[in-house]
Design a protein around this ligand. Structure first.
Ligand SMILES: NC(=O)c1ccc[n+]([C@@H]2O[C@H](COP(=O)([O-])OP(=O)(O)OC[C@H]3O[C@@H](n4cnc5c(N)ncnc54)[C@H](O)[C@@H]3O)[C@@H](O)[C@H]2O)c1
Ligand SMILES: [Zn+2]
Length: 361
C-alpha cells in the first residue's frame, strides 16, 4: 500500500502526517526530509523500546534513546526533567530534535520537553498506541499533569512530522486498542457517517488488526482531526467538536482517580450520555442513538458504572476545564456525522441522561 499523506496547516506551522503500514523502517529518510533538526534524540519508554526499539533504532541514527516511564501516573514534571537532564548532558543545541516513540503519555511529555528546552527544538511524533495515532500525536497539545489535576501544565507546540505506522500496534494489548477505537467512533459520530459505518461493519477485521481495513480507518481519523486542528489551533471554535463525549468522560476519569477507565472507555460512556441528552431534546433520532449504543456495546466490554452516583458525576463535571465563565459548552451529535454546540444544557437534563445510561440515581 502507498503511504497516505495528511497535511496539517495551523497558524504556527505546516507539517505532514505520514500513514503507512511498516513505515517505521523508513523513519530515517522521513526525518531527514522533514528537516526538523540535525541531531535527533529518541524519547521512549522501556516497554515500547523493548518491543519496537530494534525497528526504530535501525532506521534512525541517534544517540542512545532517552527512556522514561510512561503510564498516566508518571506524566509529571519530574519525569520531563529527566529528558532535560539527558539533553543537557549530551549538549543538545537549537538544531536538535526529539523523536517521541510511544503512546500519548510519552508524546505529551516529550512534546513538552521539545517545546520548552532552549525555548523550543524540533519534534517528531512516532505514535505507538491507537489513541496516539488518531488523536494525541496530532494537533500540538503537549504537557503534563499536576498532582492536583490532569493536563494543567502544557503548551501548544506543533511537531514537524508525524509518522504513523499501524504495524506498531501489533503488540498493543486489546484493551488499549479498544480504548483508541472509541475515539474513532467519536470522529464517526460527529463528522463522518462513512467512518462510523466502516467501524460498525468491519469490527472483526479491525480487531484482527487487518492492515487493509485498519489503515484506511486510521488515515480517515487523522484527516478528520487534522482538518479541525487546521481550522482552530487553540480550541476557540470548531476544535470543540473533539470534546464530544468528554464532559461526562473527564468527570468519570477524575472521580475514579484515573484508575478504573482507560480514557477512551470513559469517553464511550460520555458519548452515550450526550446521545441521551440530544434525544431528550429532540435533536437526535432514537435510531441514531441506538446505532451508537450498539456499536459501543459491540466494541465492549466497558468497566461497570452502576456503583457511581449521578450526583457525583454531576459534581465532577462542575470542576471540568470546559466550563468557561460558569457556562458549560456541550457538544451534541445531531445525526451520525453531524454535531452542534449548545450552552444551555441543565443539570436536570444531564442527571436524567446519566440515569438512563445506567448511573445510580
Ligand atoms: N495531546 C493531545 O491532544 C492528547 C489527546 C488525547 C489524549 N492525550 C493524552 O494521552 C495519554 C493517553 O495516551 P495512551 O492511551 O496512548 O496511553 P499511554 O501512553 O499510557 O500508553 C498506554 C500503554 O500502552 C503501552 N504501549 C504503548 N505502545 C505500545 C505498543 N505498541 N505495544 C504495546 N504496548 C504499548 C504503554 O507502555 C502504556 O502502558 C493521556 O495522558 C492523555 O491526556 C493527549
Ligand atoms: Zn479524548
Amino acid at each position: 500500500m502507498d503511504p497516505v499523506l495528511v497535511e496539517v496547516s495551523t497558524g504556527s506551522r505546516r507539517y505532514s502526517i505520514h500513514i503507512q503500514y511498516g513505515l517505521a523502517a523508513r523513519l530515517g529518510e522521513l526525518v531527514r526530509n522533514a528537516r526538523v533538526g540535525s541531531r535527533t534524540f529518541i524519547v521512549s519508554s522501556p516497554l515500547v523500546w523493548r518491543l519496537h526499539g530494534r525497528t526504530v533504532g535501525r532506521a534512525l541514527t541517534s544517540s542512545d534513546p532517552i527512556l522514561i516511564p510512561d503510564g498516566e501516573r508518571n506524566k509529571q514534571l519530574p519525569t520531563v526533567a529527566r529528558i532535560y537532564d539527558a539533553l543537557v548532558h549530551a549538549q543538545a543545541d537549537r538544531g536538535s530534535a526529539i523523536v517521541a516513540v510511544g503512546g500519548g503519555v510519552i508524546g505529551d511529555m516529550a512534546g513538552f520537553a521539545a517545546a520548552s528546552y532552549l525555548r523550543g527544538i524540533g519534534l517528531v511524533h512516532v505514535p505507538t498506541t491507537l489513541l496516539a495515532q488518531v488523536d494525541s500525536a496530532i494537533g500540538g497539545k503537549v504537557g503534563v499533569n499536576h498532582p492536583l489535576g490532569k493536563n494543567l501544565i502544557g503548551a501548544f507546540y506543533q511537531p514537524g512530522l508525524v509518522a504513523v505506522d499501524p504495524a506498531l500496534l501489533s503488540t498493543l494489548p486489546r484493551r488499549e486498542f479498544r480504548a483508541g477505537l472509541y475515539e474513532i467512533v467519536k470522529y464517526g459520530m460527529t463528522a463522518s457517517r462513512m467512518l462510523f459505518d466502516r467501524v460498525s461493519h468491519d469490527t472483526k477485521a479491525i480487531f484482527n488488526r487487518d492492515p487493509d481495513v485498519l489503515v484506511p480507518i486510521i488515515a480517515e481519523s487523522c484527516a478528520l482531526k487534522a482538518k479541525v486542528v487546521s481550522e482552530d489551533e487553540r480550541e476557540a471554535g470548531p476544535r470543540r467538536v473533539l470534546n464530544f463525549g468528554h464532559t461526562a468522560g473527564h468527570a468519570l476519569e477524575a472521580m475514579t482517580k484515573y484508575r478504573r477507565f482507560r480514557h477512551g472507555e470513559a469517553i464511550a460512556y460520555g458519548m452515550l450520555v450526550a446521545a441521551e441528552v440530544a434525544v431528550a431534546r429532540g435533536a437526535l433520532s432514537d435510531a441514531a442513538r441506538q446505532a451508537l449504543r450498539r456499536l459501543i456495546v459491540e466494541l465492549g466490554p466497558l468497566p461497570p458504572i452502576a456503583d457511581l452516583s449521578t450526583k457525583e458525576v454531576l459534581e465532577a463535571m462542575r470542576l471540568d476545564k470546559k466550563i468557561v465563565d460558569g457556562t458549560l459548552h456541550y457538544v451534541l451529535a445531531t445525526d451520525i456525522g453531524s454535531w452542534t454546540i449548545v450552552s444551555d444544557v441543565t443539570e436536570k437534563e444531564l442527571g436524567k441522561a446519566l440515569r438512563k445510561v445506567g448511573f445510580a440515581p
